[in-house]
Design a protein around this ligand. Structure first.
Ligand code: G3P
Length: 218
């Protein structure tokens, strides 16, 4: 399972990339706006910090505009993955870009039907938003299960399921249990995955006992 960071915060990305646990990054216009930084320069920095795919979202809503913006974003770094909304124009742009060998992440997916279209359009990734579905009383993880079942029926579908809008570690664990290819998570969720009070307590006990021996390993 691949872990992506859902963030445009350079300090957070740099810190967590140094753990070796981060395989890629996803950004969106809201995350970029929150940084107050110019998008293209920020994207270049992020692409330097992580070798894996960095999703950069277009903001045009018409086909030609999407393709123009995608062309500019692809110039920034070889690991840029173009993020397109799950609209008719987004799917058309996805087909055109995928045919030219570009990686595309189709975002704002909320139904199995939409995920089928993303796969048919040749997307490298589809991003179902589990947290936003949970927020409105639906079952986000059921959507992941449905998409994975459908994709497994068709080996010609190469699209990876990128679980997005992750709110807590349980979303990540459940996504892994189902066999999702990728989970993109806010930095806080990656940190939460790491922590367990019994790990801290156990380590404290081991180190206290070791100190009593007066020994050193080096
Ligand atoms: O980047 C897409 C997605 O992960 C957004 O998550 O928390 O705004 O629903 P959220």
């Amino acid at each position: 399972m691949k872990f992506f960071l859902d963030s445009a915060d350079l300090a957070e990305i740099a810190e967590l990339a140094s753990t070796g646990l981060v395989d890629g990054v996803t950004t969106n216009p809201s995350l970029v706006a929150r940084t107050g930084k110019p998008f293209l320069a920020l994207l270049e920095e992020i692409c330097r910090l992580v070798p894996g795919p960095v999703s950069a979202e277009v903001t045009a809503t018409d086909l030609q505009g999407m393709l123009r913006e995608a062309a500019r974003l692809l110039e920034v770094a070889p690991n840029v993955c173009i993020k397109l909304p799950l609209t008719r124009e987004g799917l058309q742009a996805c087909r055109a870009l995928s045919d030219r060998g570009a990686k595309v992440n189709i975002t704002l997916c909320f139904s199995p039907a939409q995920a089928i279209l993303a796969a048919k359009a040749g997307a490298s990734f589809v991003s179902p938003f589990v947290g936003r579905l949970d927020d409105v009383g639906h079952d986000g993880m059921q959507l992941i299960a449905d998409i994975l079942t459908i994709y497994r029926n068709y080996p010609s579908f190469r699209t990876e399921v990128l679980v997005a809008s992750v709110r807590h570690p349980r979303h990540v664990v459940e996504a892994a249990r189902l066999g999702a290819h990728v989970a993109t998570m806010p930095p806080a969720v990656l940190r939460q995955l790491l922590r367990h009070p019994l790990t801290d307590k156990g380590l404290e006990g081991f180190l206290a006992d070791w100190a009593k021996t007066g020994q050193r390993i080096t």
